[in-house]
Ligand binder design. Structure first.
Ligand SMILES: Nc1ncnc2c1ncn2[C@@H]1O[C@H](COP(=O)(O)OP(=O)(O)OP(=O)(O)O)[C@@H](O)[C@H]1O
Ligand SMILES: [Mg+2]
Length: 532
């Protein structure tokens, strides 16, 4: 609980063990074997931060954190705890907290969405488990979309973009470097698998404006944003990538805060081991970097996991506020891990840290928080306070009511599908097909016209020849007719002359001779006539 301007989490005898609000952005760790009390510790911390006016984000992996919207229920056990901790004097009351439920599937909370662009190629490649080559291609596809001014909002956009690059891979490879068609096809298949795992719901608009987490409720209490992860945790890769995206989003969105009196927000990351399992080196470096730098933005990250060894040393070294619940040490490997956990604390001369870790009861923990100077406090065997709100889940009707009554429900509930890469590329492909069809039709028309022109030429040539022939024939005909006329004429003229000559010679001989001479003379006259 928030007491004396400190986040009071546990007590070691009469000593209150509290996180100083100004040191809360130095991150933290809640570790311990299953059932030892990690979730309750998280709940107590989250409530206290809320009381202090700091908004909180947490992942509810089992649904047992949902009860924070209702006050706790009194019991004999609770009364004992209240008395043991002296909580009544400190003003402990069962209380409800301002909560906002989120769910990437949009069922157990307000739909939490982001766009493909905001997720970025690095995290998407991780989400889809792409190999190095495929990841590089995805980076290039993002660059192409950027260069072409195409928005990548949902998985439909990403698929359309990949399909377009696939179909024009030769042209794009020439500009952006080689992209094998098989690799692009493999990425498309991965996007389909991502859609089936819920990516079609998570990616889209309205995308989450992370500033909507920074609100306060009644009495100035910080809002507790609860992401329901009961379904999401079934895809560990998806769960861890989304959590990492949210962390990065906070990091990128928030301005520098400097040394503030209290953090801007506290982010609890349950099942944190999933983030680091099989993570490629580049991603681990990114996580380390975000954890290191996000503190200056006023955000504290608290990792919850079974064993501190689940977290890489470089990250672990940055977690200043630690709660270590009981660990088992049955095997040599477990003993080694317990030893490492014990050695990470500033020793308390009054007890053996390693031995104590294995003998802690439920709700008990070894606790060390940072002091005013940022030094780790001496480790203390502590009992964690009981929470003020309801422990455990809530019924469906309460959840539904809480979701619908939230002001953010109207803003985020309905998916909006504005024009983006998918729509534009569909249009572009249709236009290209239309242009292709038009070009084909043009070519066909030109071919037809050429054919027609040739036919007409042929016909004209044929006509010309025919006319020529006819003219020739006509000319011939004319000639023959003249000849015939001439023949007749020479005959007549000749006969006339011959008769005249014959008559003067006398007898048959005279007639014949006269005829022949007449004919010859007639021809001679006609030839002379024709020459003029
Ligand atoms: N500080 C506490 N005050 C009251 N009860 C507690 C406290 N811590 C733990 N308990 C009891 O122990 C139970 C188990 O605790 P919790 O659910 O926090 O364990 P866990 O470490 O989160 O387990 P898991 O690893 O399975 O998630 C709780 O349901 C509660 O009954
Ligand atoms: Mg738990």
């Amino acid at each position: 609980m928030y007491y004396n301007k400190e986040i009071w989490v546990a007590s070691a005898g009469d000593k209150k063990i509290s996180i100083l609000p100004k040191m809360a952005n130095r991150h933290g760790l809640i570790a311990g074997a299953t059932g030892t009390g990690k979730t309750i510790t998280l709940k107590v911390m989250a409530e206290s931060f809320s009381d202090c006016g700091v908004p909180v984000f947490l992942a509810d992996v089992k649904g047992d954190l949902a009860g924070m919207c209702k006050p706790g229920v009194d019991s004999e056990d609770m009364q004992k705890r209240i008395e043991k901790f002296g909580l009544a004097e400190a003003g402990f009351e069962y209380e409800e907290y301002p909560t906002c439920y989120w769910d990437i599937y949009g069922k157990a909370g307000i739909p939490l969405r982001t766009t493909i662009t905001e997720m970025g190629p690095t995290l998407l490649a991780r989400l889809m488990d792409l190999n190095g080559t495929q990841s590089d291609i995805l980076q290039v596809v993002f660059k192409i979309a950027d260069d072409d001014g195409l928005l990548l909002l949902d998985t439909k956009d990403l698929k359309a973009m990949l399909q377009y690059v696939y179909e024009n891979s030769k042209e794009y490879s020439a500009v952006y470097g080689n992209m094998a068609k098989q690799s692009i096809a493999a990425i498309i298949r991965a996007v389909v698998a991502l859609e089936e795992a819920g990516g079609d719901q998570f990616f889209g608009e309205p995308a989450l404006n992370i500033r909507d987490w920074f609100s306060t409720g009644a009495g100035g209490k910080g809002t507790i944003n609860i992401l329901d992860c009961q379904s999401l945790i079934n895809s560990p890769m998806m769960y861890s990538t989304f959590m990492l995206w949210m962390m990065s989003e906070l990091f990128e969105t928030l301005p520098e805060a400097g040394d503030a009196e209290k953090p801007r927000m506290i982010f609890f990351f349950d099942e944190a081991h999933l983030l680091f399992e099989d993570a490629p080196k580049a991603l681990l470096q990114k996580i380390e970097q975000v954890v290191k730098l996000i503190r200056s933005k006023g955000v504290g990250i608290y990792f919850i996991t079974q064993n501190p060894s689940d977290i890489p040393n470089d990250v672990l070294a940055q977690l200043g506020n630690k709660v270590q619940h009981a660990l088992h040490a049955y095997t040599p490997a477990e003993r080694k891990k317990v030893k490492a956990a014990a050695e990470s604390f500033r020793e308390n001369p009054e007890f053996d840290t390693m031995e104590t870790i294995t003998s802690l009861g439920i709700g008990e923990a070894l606790v060390s928080f940072l002091d005013e100077e940022g030094r780790p406090g001496v480790v203390e065997i502590s009992k964690i306070l009981p929470p003020k709100s309801l422990m455990g889940p809530i019924d469906e009707a309460t959840r539904a009511r809480m979701i619908e009554e939230n002001m953010l429900y109207i803003r985020y509930n309905d998916n909006v599908d504005r024009d983006s890469a998918y729509e534009l590329l569909t249009k572009r492909v249709a236009q290209e097909e239309e242009a292709l069809q038009e070009a084909k039709e043009e070519a066909l028309k030109a071919k037809e016209e050429e054919k027609q022109r040739k036919l007409e030429e042929k016909e004209a040539e044929r006509k010309r020849k025919q006319e020529e022939k006819e003219a020739e024939r006509e000319a011939k005909k004319k000639k023959t007719a003249v000849k015939r006329v001439a023949k007749t004429a020479t005959g007549t003229i000749g006969r006339e002359i011959g008769n005249t000559i014959g008559k003067s010679i006398g007898g048959t001989f005279g007639k014949k001779l006269g005829g022949n001479i007449g004919a010859a003379l007639g021809r001679g006259i006609l030839d002379t006539l024709f020459r003029f």
